[in-house]
Design a protein around this ligand. Sequence first.
Ligand code: ZN
Length: 215
Amino acid sequence: MLPAVAQFKVLTSAMTGFVAASSPAPMPMASVALTLEARAVEPIEVPLFDVNHVESLTVVIGRDGGVTAATFGQLEHVMRCKVTNNEKPIAKFTLGMIADASDRYRGKTVELVSGFRDKASESKTSPHRAGRAIDFRIVGSEIGELRDYLWRHFSRHSEVGVGWYPSDGFLHVDARPGLKSIAWTLLNGANQYHPAWSTAATAPVTTRPTRSVGL
Ligand SMILES: [Zn+2]
């Protein structure tokens, strides 16, 4: 008797073969779509609202940030610079972070605060200028919980930035390959690096606070 997970893998493998062999016959995929394993790999439907251009769209983003060519263009456009209206593709890894955040609060609107930025005052080294950063909030989320999750989940195995902007109620995420992961809180107009919440979020489970930590 196989363990449950192994049985599921056999089932899905068999079904994949069935799809290939008999497509376009309808598949009873709904029966397995809600299992945890399927959910862990399926693309995420992300409802977006761009607060700068007052535009809404729903896109499907893979866990790895992969999108279709059409969605790629839509995202490049909606995340254009709010000052110059210039466009630049957003890094795949960063899109994956947004998809993962959206999945955690499935169905809730992801408000885009900032994506690509190339106005004159934007730093030459800004991850926004490089198309690697997104500022966002999820309406109805607990921002401290989401902040801690993103830092804990992504900073250990990838090079990322996670920033918290409590006065404006949004989070910044970026991919920064080749650099060290860094967390910060914008407080009184200045970034406070290595904030207490980032240390608490990555503490061993036994010592991690049950509620999110402040600044
Ligand atoms: Zn930012």
